[in-house]
Ligand binder design. Structure first.
Ligand code: PXP
Length: 251
């Protein structure tokens, strides 16, 4: 059975909107673990738009399952990871102004930088996973770099799934084709001796066809879970505030 790592970045996004101290990503990580998550994933971005350096230190202390930190292959990030020592670092591409990670790493084009980052992280006892598109060349290049795992980017698959109102046969075929591409890429990765994770843009609505790919051992899912948590928790949160006000007023 595959594992689920919950990406708790967007708990920090809410906190950073007010630069306050809640909600705390560590509290969220503990709740995810209590609910059965197999691990916690978090992304330290160069612009620190959500997770901060101190969150990583606190998460490292609090997470008892598995801590996967996504980051760019820069000297700054590698140095931070080497100090924090998460279980796994997933190297991802990062471009300024992007709203979220826009696709997989180009391992072929950036081989030298990625290789250096992997060597430094491995020296500190940290396993490295590479976030790549479901592309055979990228998988083979990743295998040659000696990483233990690749995470296949499902962003394109997710994007095709989330076109409101477009139920055309052409779109359904495009979704099936992309799911087949992910399946084929998984097969090649396994043949190359790699473990396979998948993630980005997966939702309660689109996860099933990807979850049926038997060789995918790990899913990293964040935004959709946190978005749903905000809505399914809102009813209770409002009732609790009404109760707090009424209680203060003796009503
Ligand atoms: N995997 C990687 C490498 C990512 O960069 C992200 C987003 O931070 C995720 C998984 C989770 O994506 P989502 O928040 O869309 O579920």
């Amino acid at each position: 059975m595959s594992r689920l790592n919950v990406n708790i970045d967007h708990i920090a996004t809410i906190r950073q909107a007010r630069r306050t101290n809640e909600p705390n990503p560590v509290s969220a990580a503990v709740i995810c673990e209590l609910a059965g998550a197999d691990g916690i994933t978090t992304h330290l971005r160069s612009d620190r738009r959500h997770i901060q350096d101190y969150d990583l230190i606190a998460l490292k202390q609090a997470v008892i399952t598995h801590l996967n930190v996504e980051m760019a292959a820069t000297d700054e990030m590698v140095e931070i990871a080497s100090r924090v020592k998460p279980d796994v670092v997933t190297l991802v591409p990062e471009t300024p102004q992007e709203i979220t990670t826009e696709g997989g790493l180009d391992v072929v084009a950036h081989k030298k930088t990625i290789k250096q980052a992997i060597a430094k992280l491995n020296d500190h006892g940290i396993f490295v996973s590479l976030f790549i598109d479901p592309d055979i060349e990228q998988i083979k290049a990743s295998a040659r770099l000696g990483v233990f795992q690749v995470e296949i980017c499902t962003a394109q698959y997710a994007h095709l799934n989330e076109q409101p109102g477009d139920k055309t046969v052409r779109r359904i075929e495009a979704i099936e084709k992309e799911a087949a591409r992910i399946k084929a890429a998984t097969k090649v990765a396994v043949r190359e001796g790699l473990k396979v994770a998948a993630g980005h843009g997966l939702t309660y609505r689109n996860v099933a066809p990807i979850a049926r790919i038997a060789d995918i051992e790990e899913f990293n899912i964040g935004h959709n879970i946190i978005a749903r948590a905000a809505l399914v928790g809102l009813d209770r949160a409002v009732r609790e505030m009404i109760a707090a006000i009424r209680e203060a007023q003796g009503k």
